[in-house]
Write a protein that binds this ligand. Structure first.
Ligand code: GLU
Length: 424
């Protein structure tokens, strides 16, 4: 009997249920038995910790943090650390599972992990952010390490958080260990090209996908949801590639300009004000409408679960490229497929980040630094070959890009598991 880790509570919806359904579909195509399915569906290790924070005013606030290692068959666990009020154990489980498939699909030698603390970053001072990060890192010390589990940035975390994690781990170890995290500042062993790597990867596959559906040359349009670590540079690189970005949004609101947004001026505006709304050279748009604009390309690059059964029938984009993890629910996926919308799945589309994390880890472990061209050429090569693998598999098996990507990834993980065998 397969025991699947469905989300807690009566509800069978939610992000973990979506991740489990995607796995179940791949397992069915691959014809695996229940035992193997259960192994692939279940996290290898989970650690939930209390994270008490001494506030600047002397009081204490208690947060809850998690680190989930989903699978270790192909190498050390790898995945980001998220700070958001919406973090839950089920969300971290789903994100850890997606990391396993992403690493396998891009053939980087890692398993999958994810971590998170349920907190609102905007309610913490920088000093509080540092203390909460160091305390959480010390709580998960037994799990992490350059050969064990390597955290990286995700929503709400950045290169400073990675520097504090690296320092806390290194102080406990007694010497500097730059390979314990990726996404570090450049002069602490970060990699050139890491900060924009996810966006570069998104744009590599977005251009391929547009070509794939016959959309080439000038006049192509895009809408990008999210203007953070992924969305902002995605909008920039799309513009540089000649795609007209007509709408973007952040958590505060959305903007629309059918003639194309001046993305560089918008980035300056966001640097100055901290938010997208208020930019003078565009009209404000209800944020939900961005997903339904008549554009060639839609890039959801914010959070999971935004394209749902409710709005999927109204998505007019020809191509959806998932910059975020899990932005499309399983039901929405089905609707988009029926309507002939090409969806490039997250585990392919946003994998540029973990690919350059891998390059950073290799550089840190060898203490030898690559130049920007090395990083970008090797990233482009990895993204292109994963795109080819997935589109070939989709054609061969008659599957959607997501189902094909999942089959390839799950097969690689299962294969590693079978080759290693069970101990004892
Ligand atoms: N948080 C990113 C992701 O979801 C990067 C993970 C990493 O570099 O380890 O892919």
């Amino acid at each position: 009997m397969t025991t699947l880790l469905l989300p807690t509570g009566a509800d069978t919806g939610g992000v973990l249920a979506d991740a489990q359904r995607q796995l179940a579909q791949a397992v069915e195509v691959l014809g695996y038995d229940d035992g193997l399915h259960a192994m692939l569906a279940t996290p290898r290790r989970e650690l939930t910790v209390a994270v008490p924070l001494r506030r600047d005013d002397g009081s204490t606030t208690l947060f809850t943090g998690h680190r989930v290692q989903h699978n270790l068959s192909r190498g050390p666990a790898k995945g980001g650390l998220r700070y958001s009020p919406h973090v839950s154990l089920d969300e971290v489980r789903a994100l850890a599972m997606w990391m396993t498939w992403k690493c396998a699909l891009l053939d980087v030698p890692y398993g999958g992990a994810k971590g998170g603390i349920a907190l609102d970053r905007t309610q913490l001072s920088d000093a509080e952010l540092e203390r909460v990060t160091r305390r959480f890192t010390s709580e998960i010390l037994p799990l992490i390490g350059p050969e064990r589990d390597i955290p990286a940035p995700d929503i709400g975390t950045d290169e400073r958080v990675m520097a504090w994690m690296m320092d806390t781990y290194s102080v406990a170890t007694g010497y500097t260990v730059p390979g314990v995290v990726t996404g570090k500042p450049l002069n602490l062993g970060g990699s050139r090209g890491r900060a924009s790597a996810t966006s570069r990867g998104v744009v590599h596959v977005a251009l391929r996908a547009l070509e794939h559906v016959g959309l080439t040359g000038p006049g192509r349009t895009a809408a990008v949801q999210g203007f953070g670590k992924v969305g902002r540079d995605t909008a920039r690189f799309l513009t540089e590639a000649g795609v007209r970005v007509v709408a973007v949004s952040d958590q505060y609101g959305a903007l629309h300009n059918p003639r194309g947004l001046d993305v560089a001026a918008l980035a300056d505006h966001v640097d100055a004000t901290g938010r997208v709304p208020g930019f003078p050279l565009a009209d404000e748009l209800p944020p939900a409408d961005l997903l339904e604009l008549d554009v060639d390309l839609l890039v959801p690059a914010a959070v999971e679960g935004v394209i749902t059964a409710e709005n999927a029938p109204r998505v007019r984009a020809r191509v959806v490229v998932e910059g975020a993890n899990g932005p499309t629910t399983t039901e929405a996926d089905r609707v988009l497929e029926e309507r002939g919308v090409l969806v490039v799945p997250d585990i392919l589309a946003n994998a540029g980040g973990v690919v350059v994390s891998y390059f950073e880890w290799v550089q840190a472990n060898q203490a030898y630094w690559w130049n920007e061209h090395d990083v970008e050429d090797r990233l482009a090569e990895r993204m292109t070959s994963a795109w080819t693998d997935v589109t070939d598999a989709a054609r061969r098996r008659g599957l959607s890009l997501r189902a094909a990507a999942m089959c390839l990834a799950v097969e690689r993980v299962a294969d590693a598991h079978n080759l290693r065998g069970l101990y004892p």
